[in-house]
Design a protein around this ligand. Structure first.
Ligand SMILES: O=C(O)C(=O)C[C@H](O)[C@H](O)COP(=O)(O)O
Length: 209
């Protein structure tokens, strides 16, 4: 299965912020125990690179990606650490080009028609729709589906158990991203059992969508 197909099969992309690399492996195992084998560790923290490396090495069943990749240098860091895919909040042509040079799939963030067309020009058929809620949510994606029938989206930002199914019901939505099952406060508190519980709930919801 391709990397993108694996994300599509999971239907969920947890957006993880790890402040301590020591939490990386327990977090990955907590997600797996909840039934999810895909995650994005964001470059919002200094521990991102080491966290990705630990998960890639110690939890090989997990398809690990890097998020909040803002510079070509971070593309290299992420890929060298073992990230199998990259996600960005916005569309940065230099970052997209560097990912292509490394041969690693990238899902850049867009939230309007211009962004979708920029991604299409780069040969991409999958984008992150960010920030999904504030940008117009489900009705906005429905509007984009008219002119851009082949584009697929990973809406992220403001998604929770309460609205997950509404997004996943759209044919254009490959998977939904979000932090609700991996909130930083839960990771900080070492509440990995709770993360497994929330993940299992999210997985069950996604399956029923
Ligand atoms: O860090 C990035 O690169 C982002 O694009 C932001 C995250 O994807 C969202 O913050 C997740 O949104 P919530 O699920 O509402 O917390």
């Amino acid at each position: 299965m391709s990397i993108i197909d694996r994300i599509g099969a999971a239907r969920l992309l947890p957006v993880v912020v790890l402040e301590r690399a020591e939490d990386a492996v327990p977090l990955a195992r907590a997600l797996l125990a909840g039934g999810l084998d895909v995650a994005e560790v964001t470059f919002r923290s200094d521990a991102a690179e080491e966290s990705i490396a630990r998960i890639a090495r110690e939890v090989p069943q997990m398809l690990i990606g890097a998020g909040t990749v803002l510079t070509p240098g971070q593309v290299d860091q992420a890929v060298n650490a073992g990230a199998k895919f990259l996600v960005t909040p916005g569309y940065n042509p230099a970052v997209v080009a560097q990912a292509a040079a490394c041969g690693v799939p990238i899902v850049p963030g867009v939230n309007n028609p211009t962004g979708v067309e920029t991604a299409m020009s780069a040969g991409l058929s999958l984008v992150k729709f960010f920030p999904a809620g504030p940008s117009g949510g489900v009705p906005f994606i429905k509007a984009l589906m008219g002119p851009y029938g082949a584009m697929r989206f990973i809406p992220t930002g403001g998604i929770s158990a309460a609205n997950l199914k509404d997004y996943l019901a759209l044919k254009a939505v490959l998977a939904c991203g979000g932090s609700w099952m991996v909130e930083p406060a839960l990771i900080r508190a070492g509440a990995f059992d709770r993360i497994t519980e929330l993940t299992a709930e999210a997985v069950a919801l996604a399956r029923s969508a």
